[in-house]
Design a protein around this ligand. Structure first.
Ligand code: NAD
Length: 489
């Protein structure tokens, strides 16, 4: 089936490549999809360029662009179940979580749909009645959008919605592991009335199908969500043509628990923070930093509860979390755990694949807790992106902040305490882009999302998220034109 969407047409990969998509929960074949090469991506870039330079979309009134996003949100609500099932088959995540994702995506479309018409620009005070200056916001141009597999459509729509609201055209390359909801979403955009060539989709591997989006001179902006190593490659590629670059990268997120927190609440959130979606969440609270006097009791309780977490496939209603995305990813998590133990971590639970015969065909890994990890060790420095919690202890507030900030990442973190003043002090001192107090993981489309330090740059969501996709132009008008007589002749 033709499933690249280029210039408003569904086409096959020119070289005829195909890729099997398998469900991580049981290895079953979900479908075969087109595998694009750089040539296909170049064709998609050319289509997006034409649509931007000569098509109606960039000049469409912003409120109309917003209305298209609102219509798309309604269509997504209509088809939410089909989308959720497709997302679950590709990712292995529980259907209930995919359903949440679809409603978050609709909320994001509505947020940017409403925001689209608000980019009013402003008048600049020139201090003179003889001139008039104003600032306008314009689309950047052709956007290359590259996304990961953990929240496939959510990550894509965080980019697509502001890009379209601002009047850009784009080429999306989703993760090669999870293409289906991107295919379905292109159909919705077309049904909502988006002109051909504005939205383009290529599928396939990063270094082949994805690379032109960061290199090609006809791409004006590249927005990437994924791992730090890939982000570095993309930023370096983009430098040659000085593209606008937005990077949403990994995290090594601290969850700081003070001994004055509500014990039950802090335990419960500490589990959700790290084991939701088997840890495959960029903001996962994978580093528990707990006050020393609570350490033993707190970790014992975490271990007890982690051992009761039920694993299962997307449609198993008893399952509480699912598999890892691929065999290769599970091997990476296994290497990470082995290295941590070699470096002195104490394995308190997990650290292996489940024995349950029903789970043997999927890429499952038990919820794992590594105690006594040392600052600077691999377990603390590197992202596992799996169901692995590391435990560190602190003595007082300064110590907690120092340990929590001792990472080259800076995406997100949590603070648990019943002392309201302390909560604010610590939140203010954490060098992380989102800080949750007595909570973990809630996200709001109207609030900015993005990382400090090597977790990236540029913001998604919130009003700044829309601004990322606009250029700012200053238009100055002389209201009393006439000769200036600078030069005597
Ligand atoms: P990844 O970096 O391996 O791949 C991400 C995307 O980049 C995929 O579409 C891939 O095909 C593409 N890609 C790979 N090499 C490329 C190249 N040379 N040129 C262009 N594209 C290329 O990441 P992943 O394994 O898919 O996702 C997991 C990572 O994503 C984790 O590190 C996680 O923390 C991060 N993440 C971050 C956020 C955030 O908001 N900061 C959100 C979700 C995931």
């Amino acid at each position: 089936m033709a499933d690249l969407y280029i210039g408003g047409e569904w086409v096959d990969a020119r070289a005829g490549g195909r890729r099997e998509i398998r469900c991580p929960a049981d290895g079953s074949l979900v479908a075969e999809v087109a595998e694009a090469t750089a040539e296909d991506t170049e064709a998609a870039i050319a289509a997006a360029r034409r649509a931007f330079d000569t098509g109606p979309w960039p000049a469409t009134p912003a409120a109309e662009r917003g209305n298209l996003l609102l219509r798309t949100a309604d269509l997504l609500d209509r088809d939410a179940e089909e989308f959720a099932r497709a997302e679950s088959l590709d990712t292995g995540k529980r259907l209930v979580e995919s359903r949440y994702d679809m409603s978050d995506i609709a909320a994001c479309l509505r947020y940017f749909g409403k925001l689209a018409g608000n980019e009013a620009g402003r008048v600049v005070d020139t201090g003179s009645a003889d001139s008039f200056s104003r600032i306008v916001h314009e689309p950047v141009g052709v956007c290359g959008l590259i996304t990961p597999w953990n929240y496939p459509l959510l990550q894509a729509v965080w980019k697509i919605a502001p890009a379209l609201a601002a009047g850009n055209t784009f080429v999306l390359k989703p993760s090669e592991l999870t293409p289906h909801t991107a295919i379905l979403f292109m159909r919705l955009l077309a049904e909502a009335g988006l002109p051909g060539g504005v939205a383009n989709l290529v599928l396939g591997a990063g270094p082949t199908a994805g690379a032109p989006l960061s290199k090609h001179p006809d791409v004006d902006l590249v927005s990437f969500t994924g791992g730090l190593a890939t982000g570095r490659v993309i930023a370096a590629n983009a430098a040659a043509t000085v593209k606008k670059v937005a990077l949403e990268l990994g995290g090594k997120n601290p969850n700081v628990v003070f001994a004055d927190a509500d014990f039950e609440t802090a335990v419960d959130y500490a589990l959700t923070a790290v084991f939701l979606h088997s840890g495959q969440v960029c903001s996962a609270g994978a580093r528990l930093i707990v006050q020393r006097e609570w350490h033993d009791e707190f970790v014992d309780e975490l271990v007890r509860r982690a051992e009761r977490i039920r694993l299962g496939g997307p449609f198993d209603e008893n399952a509480e979390t699912g598999p890892l995305i691929s065999a290769a990813h599970r091997e990476k998590v296994e290497r990470y755990v082995a290295t941590a133990i070699e470096e002195g971590a104490v394995l308190r639970t997990g650290g292996k694949r489940p024995d349950d015969p029903a789970l043997q065909d999927g890429f499952y890994y038990l919820p794992t807790i590594l105690d006594n990890v040392q600052q600077g060790s691999t377990a603390v420095v590197e992202e596992s992106f799996g169901p692995v919690l590391t435990v560190e202890t602190f003595t007082d507030e300064d110590d907690a902040v120092r340990i929590a900030n001792d990472t080259h990442y800076g995406l997100a973190g949590g603070v648990f305490t019943q002392d309201a003043a302390r909560a604010q002090r610590v939140a203010n001192r954490l060098r992380h882009g989102t800080v949750w107090i007595n909570d973990y993981h809630p996200y709001l489309p109207q609030a900015e999302w993005g990382g400090y330090k090597q977790s990236g740059f540029g913001r998604e969501l919130g009003p700044t998220g829309l601004a990322e996709y606009t250029e700012v132009k200053h238009i100055h008008q002389n209201l009393k034109p006439g000769p200036q007589h600078w030069f005597s002749g």
